[in-house]
Structures are given as C-alpha cells and as structure tokens.
Design a protein around this ligand. Structure first.
Ligand SMILES: NC(=O)c1ccc[n+]([C@@H]2O[C@H](COP(=O)([O-])OP(=O)(O)OC[C@H]3O[C@@H](n4cnc5c(N)ncnc54)[C@H](OP(=O)(O)O)[C@@H]3O)[C@@H](O)[C@H]2O)c1
Length: 345
C-alpha cells in the first residue's frame, strides 16, 4: 500500500446488510471510511476494522443542508455514498424524510461544499456522490408503491441537480451467504418450500455490488451522471433461485408449492410478532410488511452490461457462490477474492 493519505469517503448507512460490505471493500481498496450511522454502539460492534471512524447521523431528522455541510467540512469528505433506504416505516421512521428529504439536504450540501472549495482554491472540488437506488424504480406502476416511488423521486432530483457529479446504482434483490435479509442456504434446507409469484428477478451478490461501487468511486468520471442497473447475471424466478441454491448445496429433497399472495401477506403479518431468534432459524433476518411481500412478487429484470462495463467486473453467479460457500469458508473467501482481483468482462 502506498504512503499517500487515504481518500476520505462518507458512507451514509454503514450498518445493516450492504453497508458493512461497502465499508469493508472501501477499506480494502485503500480508503478511510467515515461511517454515517444511527447507533454508534451497534456500529462499533458491527464494523470492527482499521481506517474507519464513526459519525452519528439520523436521516429521519437531519434535514438541514447546513448540518451536512458542517460534517463534510469537518471530516474533509472527498466522496459520498448514500446507502440508506427504508422499504417500510417501522417505529417512527418517515420514508419521505429518510429516502428523500435528508438525502436532498446532503446532496445540496455536497454541491455547496464543492463550490466553496472551488472559490477558495481548495480541494476537494469534485466530490462524487453514489446513490444506492433500486430496480423497482423501473416498474411501470412504481408510483403505486411508496418505497420505489420515494427512490424514484430522489433519483430524479439528483439527475436535475446541476454541478454535482453523481452515479445512481440500481440494484436488484441483493444476497450473500451468511448475511442479508434472507438466508437462502437456510431456507432451502426446509423439506417443503413455498414461493410467491412466477416473475423473474436478477439477484446480485452483495460483494459484486460493493466491489463495483468502490470501482465507480475510484474512477467516477467514467460513469459520471449515469444510472447503472446492478442486476445479477441471470434472470430467475424465486423457485429457480431456491433450486440453484439447493443444487449447489447438494440438497435434492425439496417440494415446491406456489403461495398465493394473500397467504404470503398473512404469514408476513404473523412474523411481525415472532421473536427474532425464531425468525433467524427460519432464515428470515428482517421484518417485512404487506407492500414488501407484494413487491417481491412483481419481479424485475434489466440489462447489466453497462454496470459490468463501467465497473470492469466479472459477474457472480448464484450457483458458483453457494458451491464455493458449501466447500469451506476458505474456498469461499478465495472465490470472493478472485472477483476483487479480476478486471474486465
Ligand atoms: N437488500 C436488497 O435486496 C436491496 C435491493 C435493492 C436496493 N436496495 C437498497 O440498498 C440499500 C441498502 O439496503 P440494505 O438491504 O442493506 O438495507 P438495510 O439492511 O435495511 O440497511 C439500511 C441502512 O439504512 C440505515 N438507516 C435506516 N434508517 C435510517 C435513518 N433514519 N438514519 C440513518 N440511517 C438509517 C440502516 O441503519 P440501522 O442499521 O441503524 O438500521 C442501515 O445502515 C438501500 O438503499 C436499499 O433501498 C436493497
């Protein structure tokens, strides 16, 4: 590693599922990461690595651009990733504030910060912003669902903002063995498997997403002001997803049946009351609501060629992932490392 000071990146939403993978990949790539988190105590436990520091934020409340401007100045931020996004409003969260109003304030602050640095002949003057969105924004009836509607609104505002270097990344369903909202390796061990809908999705591995975001930040002008569909390499129904993972893990006995949406929603409401330990044993790591389960039936596919081209990534296949994962943690770590090391589609 060179002796040059590490570039300072603000990851807003550094905890949860995708956040820690982003932090890890940025640190591996030689960055110093300022982790924007709601709960400092949880974050310090979840993000144990060198070259990180923590900044307490709350997008439900941090709606003033001046607050963000002070943070950008104080921490000498040189790049921003907004990873925060909520699909439902548990607790006192307002989706409008968290997904739209607070990011708007942040982006306004970044624009002002670059401008004031330019006028004062100081660095940094070109702070790139990467916004993590969702492929749901492309649904023709996206406005019928509050989550993709809110993501669409912030994406559109970003596109219209002048003087800001941004990249919008729209991931499909994100997965990773051992982490995430659904543990596929655990779910497929049940002898009977229910799935909802027959539409296709293109799940993307969390590491493919995180490595790709780091590469975009390393060379932001290659994709500046663009929208990239971070979809996985294969279009699969949920049943196909379960079959691929089962096959990779050498499990042959599953019986599949299609669950009507209304039954799925009944189960979803039921699991709100289940203890987290039981949910974890079922392979479900986060609570869903009726809208979320309905969105899972809608499917979503898209062309990932621009994503692969701009990030120079080799896509990660579901079968390869779980095959390597099933062999040993060492084999799996080497597989992920091979993706980090390889460049070019
Ligand atoms: N998972 C997927 O399949 C998927 C698919 C497409 C797009 N996405 C997008 O990818 C991004 C990451 O998703 P994820 O699955 O990692 O979600 P997640 O696990 O729910 O994490 C969301 C992050 O947002 C933070 N957050 C929530 N409310 C906040 C608030 N009021 N102030 C500050 N931070 C707040 C969470 O912090 P806490 O840890 O404190 O809750 C966490 O760091 C989101 O923008 C999501 O919309 C995800």
């Amino acid at each position: 590693m060179s002796d040059e000071p590490r570039k300072r990146i603000l990851v807003v939403g550094a905890t949860g599922f995708v956040g820690p993978a982003l932090v890890d990949e940025f640190v591996r790539a030689g960055y110093h990461v300022i982790c924007g988190v709601r709960n400092l105590e949880t974050a310090e436990k979840q993000l144990v690595c060198p070259h990180v520091e923590f900044l307490k934020i709350d997008l439900n409340e941090d709606l003033n651009p001046n607050l963000w401007l002070d943070r950008l100045r104080e921490h000498k931020i040189e790049g921003v990733v907004n990873n925060v996004g909520i699909a439902n409003e548990f607790g006192d969260q307002s989706m409008e504030n968290v997904n739209v109003n607070a990011p708007l304030a942040l982006f306004e602050a970044v624009t002002f910060y670059c401008q004031e640095n330019l006028e004062a002949n100081r660095q940094p003057q070109d702070v790139s912003v990467i916004q993590i969105s969702t492929t749901g924004v492309d649904w023709p009836d996206c406005d019928a669902y509050r989550y993709p509607k809110s993501k669409k609104l912030i994406d559109e505002t970003l596109i219209e903002t002048t003087g800001l270097h941004f990249i919008i990344v729209r991931p499909n369903i994100i997965y990773e063995p051992g982490r995430g909202h659904l543990l596929l390796e655990q779910i497929v061990r049940f002898p009977v498997l229910g799935y909802i809908g027959n539409t296709a999705i293109q799940p993307i591995h969390c590491r493919e997403l995180a490595i790709g975001v780091v590469r975009l930040m390393q060379n932001p002008f290659k994709a500046s002001c663009s929208i990239l569909l971070a979809t996985g390499p294969e279009a699969l129904t949920w049943k196909n997803v379960f079959l691929k993972v089962s096959e990779a893990l050498g499990i042959k006995h599953s019986i599949f049946f299609r669950v009507p949406l209304i039954i799925g929603q009944f189960f979803t409401n039921l699991i709100q009351y289940m203890p987290q330990r039981l949910l974890s044993r079922l392979g479900i790591l986060s609570k869903l609501d009726n809208d979320t389960i309905e969105m899972m039936t809608k499917g979503s596919t898209g062309d990932n060629s621009e994503w692969l081209e701009k990030t120079s990534l080799q896509p990660m296949y579901l079968f390869d992932t779980y095959k390597n994962f099933a062999q040993s943690s060492d084999t799996y770590a080497k597989y992920v490392q091979s993706i980090r090391d390889r460049k070019g589609a």
